[in-house]
Design a protein around this ligand. Structure first.
Ligand SMILES: C[S@@+](CC[C@H](N)C(=O)[O-])C[C@H]1O[C@@H](n2cnc3c(N)ncnc32)[C@H](O)[C@@H]1O
Length: 201
């Protein structure tokens, strides 16, 4: 991780009020839509959204699931998510502190999702995060994120090299399969953005 957890949390809390308006790229919207479609929870499923931020994914899935748990390190981002949940009368979602490598969850999880958040972790930290996700025992993990399908063009990075640390699709696929998942879909949104669907064999 190129910044500490606290630095990332402060950075996101500082921009929380403007975050939704700033996410206007076609690739981000495509990722949100693909993560929601692939998560496809049943009405008796509990879904965990890691790096939930202002709740884009959690709030979209809540009407289709039994319960959605959003976890993040930034209280400012989660305050925005809580405000939106209340404004929309969504009552089966909770937001609270939790990290990728220590999600702070003690209930059974059916589906884990994460969008545009895991790229803050280094390759080794992503391995630890995916081990922690596998330990929760979900049948499916849907990851939308910045990830390299090709060598990134240094003149047109989709990410901020000073704070972000995206992995190759190959590294993510290796770690997911090492942890008992099979890749059932790979969606290439851009040569630096994609969605991976990992399911238990
Ligand atoms: C770019 S936002 C994405 C938010 C949301 N998932 C979305 O699709 O709009 C990244 C989020 O990841 C959170 N985050 C960064 N590092 C994290 C970590 N180690 N554990 C949990 N959340 C983290 C940040 O606080 C931020 O809210």
């Amino acid at each position: 991780m190129k910044k500490t957890i606290e630095e990332h949390a402060d950075r996101f809390s500082d921009i929380a009020g403007d975050y939704d308006d700033s996410q206007d790229s076609e690739e981000y919207r495509a990722c949100v839509s693909l993560v929601v479609d692939h998560a496809d929870p049943d009405d008796d499923d509990t879904v965990l959204d890691l790096g939930t931020g202002t709740g884009a994914i959690a709030l979209a899935l809540a009407p289709h699931a039994k319960r959605v748990i959003g976890r993040d390190i930034s209280e400012g981002m989660m305050d925005e998510a809580r405000t939106k949940a209340e404004a929309n009368g969504i009552e089966n979602v909770v937001f609270g502190e939790g990290k990728f490598r220590d999600p702070n969850v003690d209930e059974e999880i059916d589906i884990v999702v994460s969008n545009f958040a895991m790229h803050h972790l280094s390759d080794d930290e992503k391995r630890e995060a995916i081990e922690a996700i596998a330990e929760l025992g979900p049948r499916k993990f849907v990851l939308g994120d910045v990830m390299f399908f090709d060598l990134p063009d240094p003149d047109e990075p989709f990410y901020s090299p000073e704070v972000d640390d995206p992995s190759t699709v190959g590294h993510l696929a290796d770690v997911l399969t090492d942890n008992g998942f099979s890749l059932t879909a790979v969606e290439r949104v851009h040569d630096q953005v994609g969605v991976l669907v990992a399911e238990r064999a």
